[in-house]
Design a protein around this ligand. Sequence first.
Ligand SMILES: Cc1ncc(COP(=O)(O)O)c(C=O)c1O
Length: 371
Amino acid sequence: MKLFDVYPRFDIEIDRAEGVYLYDKEGSQYLDLYGGHGVISIGHSHPSFVKSVKDQLDKISFYSNSIQMPTQEELANKLTEISGYKDYKLFLCNSGAEANENAIKLASFHTGKSKVIAFKGSFHGRTAAALNVTDNIKLSAPINMNNFPVEFIELNNEEQLIQAISSDDVCAVICEGIQGVGGLDMPSNDYLKFLKNQCSQNNIILILDEIQSGSGRTGKYFAHQFADIEADIITMAKGIGNGFPLAGLLISPSIQAKPGMLGTTFGGSYLACSAGLSVVEVTEKENLMMNSTEINKYIKEELGHLKIKGKGLMIGIEFNFPIKELRSKLLFDYKIFTGSSANPNLLRILPPLTITKVQISPFIKAIKELT
Ligand SMILES: Cc1ncc(COP(=O)(O)O)c(C=O)c1O
């Protein structure tokens, strides 16, 4: 049987990984500045992570959400501690799209309304509701065309927001902490404060998609915390599992749970929780949020002549030429994995949060040589 051919793939076969490095089957070492779409947060094969998942596997890997699961509560407590979101409830699922799907559904259940406001350049996933609020028509099939009403507005445009929420059927505004796929544009602190106020005043649920920008990547646990606001629902995935499928929603205490609202078979499995717990513990123990901030500063010092977007270790470097060839040279000549975005001139990097100055310096040298 052949694979369903939906991805362009590099002709590279990775055999093993450790920390910030990947090794192919010939033993060549690659510097991983992309973490498989921003998934690797505490580094590949981190010994604590490996031990945590292996120990759990020896005990029990899975049972459904029909029994008491103290590991889920342990993870909820750890996430409260690291995020500062007190009294919120945790719902666990398996992927980013699923987290957003559930967040949108919950907002609609809670408010009894059905229109969603999303942003130009947004990416929220490929399941029906998540795709409907994603600003890329090319990803939609005919079946996705008659979904709930959505309006895409410009980031940081207060007038457009006022206009969009003037109809009384808006249940949610969904916003990325920093746009990932779109190209590292972000809501300003003032705009987020304005958004929060408008949502509160109009019985609209503010959903912050921190799937790519969360897990400490930006130097705070969630990117929107730079604005000192609290969202009603925060969606998480990618970095919180460091490669183990784990996603979740933090849900405001004002939203009441009712049986049947949300559900999942696999979400919150013992194995997923053991992975998630280890990620939070390592993030705290190794001060990875502080490291993100420091490495960002270092990159800006070294590459200050370039246009650098983003925060912490969610970085976009924007050139005045398409980066396709540059990215290919970085990968094949310098053995450095990087990412792209919807902006053809923007190189996106999402390195493991453990990366050191020494480890990232070959990238800085390569950028200086190549541009
Ligand atoms: C901001 C954001 N939201 C949602 C998703 C979808 O996540 P997943 O691929 O786990 O469904 C992504 C994936 O890139 C993302 O970057």
